[in-house]
Design a protein around this ligand. Structure first.
Ligand code: IVH
Length: 362
């Protein structure tokens, strides 16, 4: 299944109006809201409470069998526990790699001279597709449930929120952010509050999913091709985009510190247009091997200064050269000094250097 997207309040109101019109209702239905997780869709089949099979979405009809790998994920129960467990139930959800685990994994990859992952989503996907489930077991994966598929031996729960309560009572993890909201205004308030907390959540999210809560109303609304008429994704602006390093310039600070700055082809990321990103110092440039002409992934989270996450090596033109901070100050041509053990290179010109003088006066 897929979800239709909206990007602002007007589009969300329009979605609600379509829902009301279809249902012949004058008031909006209750919506269930939860984060749209940026991971990998998974479907897990339990028979008599035992985990029998786990599959990825694949082409929508045939997915990959990732049962052995999913069995290693601590938040996925091998056996459902508790009351009234149906004969057969297919539980759907998203497998994600929390941000902290992702950072640790990438540090490990770098230490072992392996390629770091571009983002937690790719890391989660790569981890789940391992042929050796021992490798998957060492990856910090977790699952949040967001839906049911096949169900036998039990009546369908009356609402989405009830179905998630049940799933949770059987030992599956659901989003702690799941709420039911009686109006579009409250949906908009939920978006605002979650948006403010986005950076401090333990996992990446790319928006909010709203679902008509009532199962009966969902059935009346049905589907258009693969997208349910009863659900919508409100997408946040992307925090990570690709762009091109058009130039690398050196900025001279008040104390003579030289900072390399990537001048980027302007790109809309994290809700603003970004055209510069600091490259910090030579060590950082060496570590990421950022060169003029490279295609890079730029990330902007919250108020953080935009950062070059990684070079997309497959898009590197053939004529690029590694970048080195010059040995003479680009403003006053004085010698550049770098004290052993220090990351920062400095112009030795002092107040003779127009750039240092300007910053000092400022
Ligand atoms: S509901 C019919 N809920 O987003 C409903 N999906 O763009 C489909 N996703 O394939 C699933 N978080 O992989 C739902 N809280 C959430 C979700 C979620 C992430 C993914 C899911 C789906 C994709 C659609």
């Amino acid at each position: 299944l897929s979800l239709d997207n909206v990007f602002d309040a007007d589009e969300l109101y329009a979605f609600n109006q379509r829902v009301c019109a279809w249902l012949n209702m004058t008031e909006s239905p209750v919506y269930a809201a939860e984060p749209k997780l940026d991971g990998l869709a998974i479907s897990i089949r339990y028979e008599q409470g035992l985990l029998k099979q786990a599959a990825t979405r694949g082409d929508g009809a045939i997915g990959e069998d990732v049962t052995e790998n999913v069995r290693t994920i601590p938040t996925v129960p091998l056996q459902l526990v508790g009351e009234n467990i149906p004969e057969i139930i297919e539980i759907r959800g998203e497998i994600v790699m929390p941000k902290a685990g992702f950072e640790r994994l990438n540090q490990r990859q770098i230490a072992e001279n392996k390629k770091p992952f571009v983002n937690p989503r790719n890391a989660a996907a790569g981890s789940l597709r391992q042929l050796d489930s021992k490798i998957t077991a060492n990856r910090p994966l977790t699952m949040y449930c967001y839906g049911l598929g096949e169900l036998q031996g039990m009546d369908k729960p009356v609402s989405y929120s009830e179905s998630m309560k049940l799933v949770s009572s059987w030992g599956c993890q659901i989003s702690p952010e799941l709420k039911t909201l009686p109006s579009v205004e409250e949906c908009l308030d939920y978006i605002k509050q979650l948006g403010e907390r986005r950076d401090s959540l333990p996992y990446d999210i790319d928006g909010v999913v709203f679902k008509v809560d009532s199962t009966a109303l969902q059935a009346r609304l049905g589907f258009v091709s693969r997208a349910p008429r009863w659900a919508i994704a409100y997408k946040f602006p992307a925090q990570q985009e690709m762009t091109i390093v058009e130039d690398i310039e050196i900025q001279v600070g008040r104390t003579g510190a030289l900072t390399p700055v990537a001048r980027l082809k302007p790109v809309f990321v994290g809700g603003v247009t970004v055209s510069n990103a600091t490259l910090h110092n030579q060590d950082e440039i060496d570590r990421k091997d950022v060169r003029m002409g490279d295609t890079v992934i730029v990330r902007r989270a919250g108020d953080v200064i935009p950062e070059v996450v990684q070079v997309v090596l497959s898009k590197r033109p053939s004529n690029t050269v590694p970048f080195t901070i010059p040995s003479l100050c680009p403003i006053c041509q004085s010698e550049v000094e770098r004290i052993d053990g220090e990351a920062i290179a400095r112009c030795s010109g002092g107040l003779y250097c127009p750039a240092q003088r300007k910053e000092a006066i400022k």
